[in-house]
Design a binder for this molecule. Structure first.
Ligand code: AMP
Length: 585
């Protein structure tokens, strides 16, 4: 398909905020694709609709193009000087919209001069597959002379595209392509477009949770039909979307789960989904990226101490003291994020994996089995040792027992506990935050002991000691239904001078000229950010707030706790959870 057709679709989608209209636009688009049976770049179309170049479980190489180079390319291409372009850029707030405006003005002028001689300007556009090849070339060009080569490719692309296509091209290059459709909406569009019935969305969603590459799932849907999508199962080498926990007041846990249930330590480390295929070990992070290289020691211990050929298990990796007696906080584990000198860092920061689940054993999927069955199999195949253990767990029959276990867990340095149903229906719900798992991190009334994860969307410059660095940040929570981020609180306490400085530097790369349209915020910060950096905050309580009126709630006395690099923007606390926290505190 030509990129021009996709640009037209993007612009249609951007012209509405109504979910039902978006579903209509998408399903009609997919119906046409189905009629033409042209599926060569259908997977890429899906990724671009998701605002990405590749699926959630892959990473496209970095393009290595700064805004300066884009302005240069735009200036050479349009013949308009750089300062003028910068002015438009500041006004428009995003390089894509600026390019569209500049190039359409230019087009009008050229048409007026040329009309009669050559007719209106035609743009040849480019097949999406060929656009990808050019983008890969840009990303792969490195070293001396790379600036000119990248610029050349970029100008070549710009010349083939209309002003509208250039808008989206530049957004793709700056990783700011997001046309406002959530994955849920795309799935609705796929169900109607390819199967004629929205009811099939559940089959597609289930497949996506087990194989989080919506491009792959769409190709199977288009080429082989919904029955084949229904056959997609958890497979080795592809991470599945992880099951998450909800929160309820401690006194209600027993009613939600029914006695007896299991309670486990909730450990303060990093979630790992471990895929073992004979000697090949892959570790996937909560963001579904392969992080095996960060933990060669973990790979080794899994290889040696898991007694079966093939298995998928989950656990929390935690930093330990050199004698493997005490757990160390998450900040210590963060040192393991480096990509260099891994062997030495591994010695400096020993870790232990505490396993808590099993999702596939040899050729059999375990996700639809009850929690006790999964746990039993896990116990069977594990040889426990200092650096590989089962997470501590007990059976609970009453709220008193729960409180007792919670208090002991906290004394042992954990974050709290995870209460898990052991009923028949306690299956592993991939990608779901249901009530089969319930997390408990705080108890006391009055003070909110549970933390909230927010994504940074804006900042204000500091005064006094904080001159030159950001003094106050604005954090947002997530609304999964509409795929938007809603401002929740300002915060400034808890940041050390050192952290303030490094965060200010780190945040530079996410600066955008204008508030993105998928961010809802009435505040007026000095700087807006693309929502990317996740942090954990803790406060006194959740209050009803007029100031943060879009959400209606905010946090009293928020204090920065720590960065959460293992979480993505869509992993932050949701608006539903904030309401639950408000009601239960
Ligand atoms: P939260 O990030 O607060 O929503 O809590 C969910 C996270 O707790 C999971 O993604 C795991 O990384 C972590 N966790 C720690 N201990 C456990 C446990 N016993 N069972 C499940 N998750 C756990």
């Amino acid at each position: 398909m030509k990129f021009s057709k996709l640009a037209h679709l993007f612009s249609q989608l951007e012209s509405t905020t109504k979910r039902l209209e978006m579903i209509d636009i998408l399903s009609n688009f997919f119906k046409k694709i189905k009629k033409n049976k042209y599926y060569d770049d259908l997977d890429k179309i899906i990724y671009l609709l998701q605002g990405q170049l590749v699926s959630n479980i892959k990473q496209f190489p970095k393009m290595g193009i700064a805004e300066k180079m884009l302005i240069e390319a735009l200036s050479v291409h349009s013949g308009i000087n750089k300062n003028k372009i910068k002015e438009v850029l500041i006004k428009k707030g995003d390089v894509g919209a600026a390019a569209e405006l500049i190039l359409s003005k230019k087009k009008q002028q050229t048409s007026l001069i040329d009309f009669g001689k050559s007719g209106p300007i035609e743009y040849p556009s480019l097949e999406i597959t060929d656009l990808y090849s050019e983008l890969i070339k840009i990303a792969k060009t490195e070293g001396s002379g790379s600036h000119d080569i990248k610029l050349g490719i970029l100008r070549g692309l710009m010349g083939k595209f209309s002003p509208l296509e250039n808008k989206y091209l530049l957004r793709i290059i700056t990783s700011t392509l997001r046309v406002g459709v959530s994955t849920q909406t795309i799935i609705d569009g796929l169900a109607i477009g390819f199967t004629g019935s929205k009811e099939n969305r559940e089959i597609i969603e289930r497949a996506f949770n087990l194989h989080p590459d919506l491009g792959d799932v769409t190709l199977i849907l288009a080429e082989e039909g919904i029955d084949e999508v229904n056959k997609i199962e958890i497979s080795y080498g592809t991470p599945i979307r992880m099951m998450l926990a909800s929160r309820v007041p401690y006194s209600e846990i027993i009613t939600k789960l029914g006695a007896p249930f299991t309670a486990e330590h909730k450990l303060d480390g990093e979630r790992l989904q471990i895929h073992k295929q004979n000697d090949k070990i892959q570790l996937f992070s909560r963001r579904l990226l392969d992080i095996s290289e960060q933990y060669p020691d973990v790979c080794e211990t899994i290889r040696e101490n898991i007694m079966c050929n093939n298995v998928i298990i989950e656990g929390e990796v935690v930093a330990m003291d050199p004698f493997y007696e005490k757990m160390r906080p998450f900040q210590v584990l963060s040192k393991r994020r480096r990509i260099h000198d891994i062997e030495n860092i591994a010695k400096e920061v020993p870790v232990c994996v505490f396993l808590f689940d099993l999702l596939k054993y040899e050729e059999e999927s375990y996700i639809d089995k009850s929690f006790l069955e999964r746990r039993k199999k896990l116990e069977e195949i594990l040889v426990e040792r200092d650096d590989l253990r089962l997470v501590k767990s007990i059976t609970i029959n009453s709220t008193e027992e729960l409180l007792d276990f919670f208090n002991k867990a906290r004394k042992e340095g954990t974050e709290g506990i995870m209460a898990k149903s052991i009923k028949e229906n306690s299956v592993y719900q991939a990608g779901n935050r249901g009530f089969i798992w319930i997390k408990l991190k705080g108890l006391e009334g009055g003070k909110l002991k549970d933390s909230v994860d927010v994504v940074i969307i804006g900042a204000l410059y500091g005064k006094g000691r904080r001159t030159g660095v950001f003094g106050t940040y604005i954090g947002a929570v997530y609304d999964p239904e509409n795929d938007v981020f809603i401002a929740f609180t300002r915060f400034f306490s808890g940041l050390t001078d050192e952290l303030s400085e490094s965060l200010t530097k780190d945040m530079k790369q996410y600066e955008v000229k204008k508030k993105p349209n998928y961010v809802i915020c009435n505040e007026n910060p000095n700087v807006w950010f693309k929502p990317e950096v996740v942090i954990e905050i803790i406060g006194d309580e959740i209050t009803v707030s007029e100031k943060f009126s879009s959400l209606g709630y905010s946090m009293r006395f928020p204090v920065f706790q720590r960065l959460r690099p293992e979480k993505g923007p869509r992993d932050v606390t949701t608006i539903r959870e904030i309401k639950e926290l408000y009601e239960t505190q």
